[in-house]
Ligand binder design. Structure first.
Ligand code: SF4
Length: 239
């Protein structure tokens, strides 16, 4: 797929320029029109992801939605998954790793995340995501420029060389207060852990609460020199 897409960087540049600063629904509508059934949305049920599901449903767009079920998600996240499906009348597909947590422990030892988080993320997130994205031409993500230094240069539409498709980032210009303003204004379901000190929520073993004033992603892989799963970084540039 991607060769065809990546062979046309001019189209992506034009689209990125056209959609820079445009409202998120406009970016989503462009992507839906351009890619049709070959557009998907991978969500980890962060606040931004919930907003995008609401925007997709509000616009009546037919977009495939899936989540990476690593087998170690918080119970609150699993409940939110069901609540979003019920609220919007959609199915959010589960994409799972090749091995269960127990099977992974037999091969790599227990609690791989404590010894080699990059390897664990590769097995439980990156490889399943790569397989899940293979049939698609473009994927929507919930990244915002102000989340990490690696995301600061993100554009609304860009080539994703890591996964070899087009990445659509409708919330790229949003700030934290924009996300929560939308959630409260439209009564969008969200993870209650956000109100208990977890601004960024991933797998249970690798997510802890943050103290007031701490970086919002400080609770992800706390104590390790890691702040990305590897889903939105590439060797060339950068859940
Ligand atoms: S976030 Fe932690 S448990 Fe989840 S895949 Fe990465 S290392 Fe493994």
């Amino acid at each position: 797929m991607t060769d065809a897409v990546l062979a046309r960087p001019d189209e992506l540049d034009e689209a990125a320029a056209l959609l820079e600063g445009k409202p998120a629904p406009e970016v989503l509508a462009w992507a839906s029109e351009r890619f049709g059934a070959r557009l998907t949305f991978a969500t980890g049920f962060g606040a931004e992801g919930c907003v995008i599901i609401d925007l997709i449903a509000r616009a009546g767009l037919r977009v495939d939605v899936f989540t990476l079920d690593t087998g170690v998600l918080f119970p609150e996240t699993l409940e939110l998954w069901r609540a979003l499906e019920a609220r919007y009348g959609i199915e959010i597909r589960a994409v799972r790793p090749a091995q269960t947590i127990d099977a992974q422990a037999l091969v790599h030892g227990p609690r791989l995340w404590e010894r080699d988080a990059d390897r664990c993320c590769e097995l439980r997130k990156v490889q399943p995501l790569r397989a899940a994205l293979a049939p698609f031409e473009a994927w929507i993500t919930a990244i915002r420029r102000d989340q990490t230094a690696e995301r600061a240069g993100a554009r609304a539409i860009e080539a994703d060389r890591k996964f070899g498709l087009v990445k659509v980032n409708p919330l790229v210009g949003w700030a934290h207060h924009d996300v929560w303003g939308h959630i409260y204004a439209h009564d969008v379901p969200y993870n209650p852990l956000h109100e208990r000190g977890y601004p960024s929520i991933g797998c249970r073993p690798c997510t802890s609460a943050v103290a007031p004033g701490e970086d919002p992603r400080a609770g992800r892989w706390r104590g390790a020199a890691k702040n990305e799963c590897g889903l939105h970084t590439t060797k060339e540039q950068g859940t």
